[in-house]
Design a protein around this ligand. Structure first.
Ligand code: DAH
Length: 351
């Protein structure tokens, strides 16, 4: 092997050893640069006798071409390596499972309220919603609960630190019964002309579900809970109608005929007579136990007057039930607090 072959080999080895562009360029300078080995050889040509010059010159040029080819190959190798590294760094692992967005679902109480609404709507009832922050008059006085009457303390009301225009604290409504008054007053105003000239008033048929609040908390009471008010007023509505409507509701709601209903005399200031409605299933885990599901009664004349109607002409009944309780009975839930803890292990069972 002559000196040129050795030089070409050394250059190839140096170029192959380079792992970065800068290393390669330094190696190039050692062979092909201004004072590189090959350049020196070419400079030395001038000193040779003319006879040798030509053949030596050809050999050196072939060696130079071989080194340049090796350099080009090394440059391409480095560029390919760099590209591969970049691709590796930016790689997307398409085999990773995607992140799912959970599908939401309805809370059992929301489902229950929707069910109540659908059943009453099928019996011609409107569905109304009203404010959760109420005036004293709406929550109590209009419902025949006179100021300072001891019955007011049946409901441990939350008060809001704001007064209404009569100078009374606003309250978080302790029941949905104010909605009887709001809805009936709007209805009376809408039909004021008929009512004034003695024409029959279109019936009021409404339910009003929503959140209610009381200072109360244990396994069967939550400071926030739900009620659904019902009101049916006309000129000829009686307790018999209440029985029919409520019995139909219970049958549809629980999808069974296998129960007894009992209207147990009770007291509410806004109804006279008043009854609590109890249900006993004839079969199943709760068979034979009387369970209270609603309060009800014929609307008290004082309340009818506060609706803006005439108690001599407009009569009807009201009821109030607890969707939380109904949901627990329907789904077999034994602790009310589960309903409001927001635990997905519990809630996802209903969806
Ligand atoms: N407001 C009553 C309560 O919270 C429930 C109730 C009883 C509503 C009788 C009524 C009714 O409309 O007639 O305990």
């Amino acid at each position: 092997m002559n000196d040129l072959d050795t030089l070409v080999q050394a250059a190839r080895a140096d170029f192959d050893a380079a792992h970065q562009g800068a290393e390669l360029e330094n190696a190039k300078a050692r062979y092909l640069g201004k004072s590189g080995s090959l350049t020196d050889l070419l400079k030395g040509l001038g000193a040779l006798p003319a006879a040798e010059k030509k053949s030596r010159g050809g050999e050196i040029n072939r060696a130079k071409a071989a080194i340049e080819a090796a350099l080009q190959a090394a440059r391409e190798r480095l560029a390919a390596e760099e590209l591969a590294a970049q691709l590796r760094a930016e790689a997307l692992d398409v085999t990773l499972p995607g992140r799912r967005r959970g599908t939401g679902g309805l809370h059992p109480v929301s489902r229950t309220i929707e069910r109540i609404e659908a059943i009453f709507a099928s019996m011609g009832f409107d569905v109304a919603e009203g404010p959760e922050i109420e005036t004293d008059w709406m929550s109590f006085t209009a419902l025949n609960n006179p100021e300072n009457h001891p019955a007011r303390s049946m409901q441990d009301t939350f008060y809001v630190d704001i007064k209404d225009n009569q100078g009374r604290w606003l309250n978080l409504r302790p029941h949905t019964s104010p909605m009887q008054v709001r809805y009936a007053r709007a209805h009376a105003a809408r039909h004021a002309r008929d009512i004034a000239d003695g024409s029959p008033m279109p019936e009021i048929r409404v339910i009003a579900p929503g959140r209610t609040y009381r200072v109360d908390s244990d396994a069967t009471h939550s400071p926030m809970f739900h009620q659904c008010e019902g009101l049916w007023m006309g000129e000829n509505i009686s307790f018999k109608d209440l029985k029919v409507v409520f019995t139909s509701f219970v049958r549809e709601f629980f999808e069974t005929d296998d129960f007894d209903l009992r209207f147990r005399p009770s007291f509410f200031p806004f109804t006279e007579p008043s009854a609590e409605i109890d249900i006993a299933f004839r079969s199943g885990p709760l068979a034979g136990r009387w369970l209270e599901v609603a309060g009800s009664g014929q609307v008290h004349p004082n309340v009818v007057r506060n609706y803006g109607l005439d108690p001599e002409r407009h009569i009807g009944f009201a009821f109030g039930m607890g969707p939380d309780r109904l949901a627990m009975l329907r789904y077999g839930i034994d602790d009310l607090r589960l309903m409001f803890d927001g635990d997905l292990r519990f809630l996802s069972q209903f969806n």
